[in-house]
Design a protein around this ligand. Sequence first.
Ligand code: HEM
Length: 394
Amino acid sequence: MSDVPVSDVDLFTHDARVDPYPIYEELRALGPVVHLSRYDLYALARYEQVRAALMDWRTFTSARGVFVDPALNAQLEGITLCSDPPDHTMMRAVLGRPLRQDRMRDVAPRIEAEADRVVSKLVDRGRFDAATELAEHLPMTVVSDLVGLPDQGRVQMLKWAAAIWDVQGPANERFTNAMPSVEEFLAFAVNDAVPGNIDPDGWAAHLYQAADRGELPREKCPVMMLDYVTPSLDTTILAITNAIALFAQHPEQWDRLRADRSLIPHAINESLRLESPVPQFSRVLTEDHEIDGVPLPAGSRVALLYGSANRDERHYPDPTRFDITRRPSDHLAFGRGEHVCVGMHLARLEITALLHRLADRVSRFEIVASTPMINNGLRGLEHLEVTVQTDETR
Ligand code: HEM
């Protein structure tokens, strides 16, 4: 073990959640794997090692949880995110059905119409919070409708989802404060979001229908609702907000996008690369394993730092530069391999719809004020007050 560099940095302090990038840089420089002594985690901070781990689920299992706290990892064992094939394959097949790329054709018209509505309203106003008024709109209207939870659940979704992200870190104060909301959501999923109370055409109901057909054990349905609620809201909200912030800071990139809309998919990848909303998950080694000549024992928990890998200078030249012509489609902000984000087509659809509508109207964004989101599992801006100029007002 003497070969493993050790660091006592804490990735979960307030300052590290606001700006983890200096720490990431330090960890990448220390070596391909670094022991984080505070949490007994082995961190992979470089692109090549994170990607290799994601592609090797037999060695890097998700079935022992992908979070930091041992008790939470034990509690959430068996959800889609925290499972391996063949269980994972069975759950993902059902869960992913409404999220497949070809199914996006059904939801696109609604998402585009809502994007049009919200952008027109906010741009006419000239000043708005790009996080709470713009970015929250599609996930909180269209996506929550598609999941089809009862009303008392829908108003709580954002609070519950953020709480579930908060308990993905170590058992710090944020974790403890979030626990009551997590318990509330789990009780709601088991007792209230059940057939009879949920929209019979929604995604949640589809889980129960699949269980009735024998495609899934019925007791998996309540926790699988977690898979729709937790990752579908803040992730996308942060991705949209981060993109607006980047375009406000780099107006020449916004001009480029407006001049050539075929750059939108690349702009989405580039903003996810540079400001990854999900900075890390973890895995556990199923056997003794060497990473770049560094031996690690079976049972080690290994943190995969997506947010750092996406800024690895070994992989992306001049990694801190925001350049929408870079085309970094191999970024790791959606993960890779077996657990690659099953909702990425939906997320891309939402972001694309908003960027198109904004590009139709807005010539410049100016940041008035911003507040970081402080959460153990997510990163980005909680508020981003902007003013916009349009071609008419310029
Ligand atoms: C920009 C927005 C999003 C980001 C950055 C994001 C990020 C991620 C990442 C990094 C993973 C990989 C987990 C791992 O490596 O263990 C993941 C998995 C997942 N995401 Fe997303 N996500 C986003 C949007 C969504 C949406 C809209 C949904 C919709 C329901 C969703 C549902 C899921 C689910 C269910 C998984 C688990 C997949 C599995 O374990 O097989 N995500 N996401």
